[in-house]
Design a protein around this ligand. Structure first.
Ligand code: F6R
Ligand code: MG
Ligand code: MG
Length: 377
């Protein structure tokens, strides 16, 4: 095997319509994804794929050798989402074509609605990858776990005891409001990093590299659909790719931050703080108050430009949160959900007024505007 082989992992997701409100993508739509990607594999455009859903989002995981932002790969995803949306429209499924915000494809799917996480890697002798996909939340919800994984020595033992991690990690933070990014180095600039990424609705960790050799370690989606569409059109249910082991955080260190639930922006109408619930694929379906926000983690190995697969070419995929080790986080999520819902529409259960700008709330305020009278005396 050639050690410097370049392989790209593309995880592209889209809400193309779902069954019974914003609940799940039915199998017949996933089958359209499966068929399109199988054909692309047969033509040699991609080497491996895995189609799944997290709640109402269809997720296309593709491994190929065409690099990041490749027009053919993005076109494949765009056409697949279009085909699935067409079927969803015929069936009058809910929110059919919801995330396909633009009519025409122009070479790159970024900015057209779907969420994208992509990473080109130079294959190591063995390259374990964890891909994360969430529903009913936004990209900033990965800030806390990414910080824990790559900067917190109380989470990642390797930061303390593995000499290959000495020197720390560089974090690219995207300012989703201004469309700018900055790179900060940990541990040296840890406090500045936290100052930014604690503002989860604005600053999003978009990439992480190992500082000593610039090895790419993590890539996430950092879009805000509302800023593209100018109004609330669903949350930017985020996706993320993380590389593991051998001088990087171990798989167990990558999963450790999810031992506990924590509050993320999203949930009902993209307008509430809700607890993130790590689940196996079979439970990746939002119900209670359109949630709680769900998170799936899939483990795979990259091998010779593809996902390590069985003899029939079926990719070997590990469903990391389908494990009793995350029962406590799931229980906590329910407890937090009950606590937050007791507060109904009162902040901080509901998002701050700035975040509500792109929801339907301003329409209500507009209606009342002229009835406000100046205070006398
Ligand atoms: C959240 C989400 C749902 C909807 C809610 C209302 O991301 O998609 O919580 O916002 O179900 O949906 P509409 O306005 O389509 O009835
Ligand atoms: Mg939807
Ligand atoms: Mg969704």
């Amino acid at each position: 095997m050639c050690m410097s082989r370049k392989t790209t992992i593309s995880l592209i997701k889209c809400d193309i319509g779902s069954l019974a409100g914003h609940h799940v993508v039915p199998k017949l739509l996933l089958d359209i994804g499966e068929k399109n990607l199988r054909m692309a594999k047969e033509k040699g455009l991609i080497n491996s794929y895995y189609v799944f859903n997290v709640g109402d989002d269809m997720e296309l995981l593709m491994v190929h050798e065409k690099g990041e932002s490749n027009p053919q790969i993005h076109q494949l995803a765009w056409d697949t989402f279009q085909a699935a949306a067409q079927k969803a429209m015929q069936l009058k499924l809910y929110g059919a074509g919801q995330d396909l915000l633009k009519n025409a494809f122009s070479g790159n799917i970024r900015g057209l609605g779907p969420g994208v996480a992509e990473m080109e890697i130079e294959e190591r002798a063995s390259d374990p990858i964890i891909v994360f996909a969430a529903d009913k939340t936004s990209a900033g919800s990965f800030n806390l776990p990414l910080f824990r994984i790559f900067a917190d020595p109380m989470n990642t033992a390797g930061l303390v005891i593995d000499p290959n991690m000495a020197g720390g990690f560089n974090f690219e933070v995207t300012d989703t409001q201004e469309g700018k990014s900055i790179v900060l180095k940990c541990p040296e600039e840890m406090y500045e990093l936290i100052a930014l990424i604690g503002t989860v609705e604005r600053y999003v960790i978009s990439r992480v590299w190992r500082a000593r050799d610039n090895l790419i370690c993590a890539a996430g989606s950092a879009t805000r659909l509302s800023l593209i569409a100018g109004k609330y059109v669903g949350k930017d249910d985020p996706v993320m790719i993380v590389r593991a082991q051998h001088g990087l955080p171990a798989v167990g260190e990558i999963l450790a931050p999810f031992m506990h639930s924590y509050l993320v922006a999203g949930w009902m109408r993209g307008s509430h703080w809700g607890p993130l619930m790590p689940v196996g694929i079979k439970d990746a379906r939002c119900t209670l108050f359109d949630g709680p926000p769900r998170l799936v983690a899939l483990g795979l190995q990259i091998a010779d430009g593809a996902i390590a697969s069985d003899d029939e070419g079926k990719p070997l995929i590990a469903d990391m949160f389908a494990d009793p080790a995350f029962d406590m986080a799931r229980q906590e999520a329910l407890q937090y959900a009950s606590m937050m819902r007791r507060m109904g529409e009162f902040e901080p259960a509901r998002l701050s007024v700035e975040s509500m700008e792109y929801t339907t709330l301003p329409m209500i305020l507009e209606k009342l505007k002229d009835r406000f009278k100046p205070i006398q005396g």
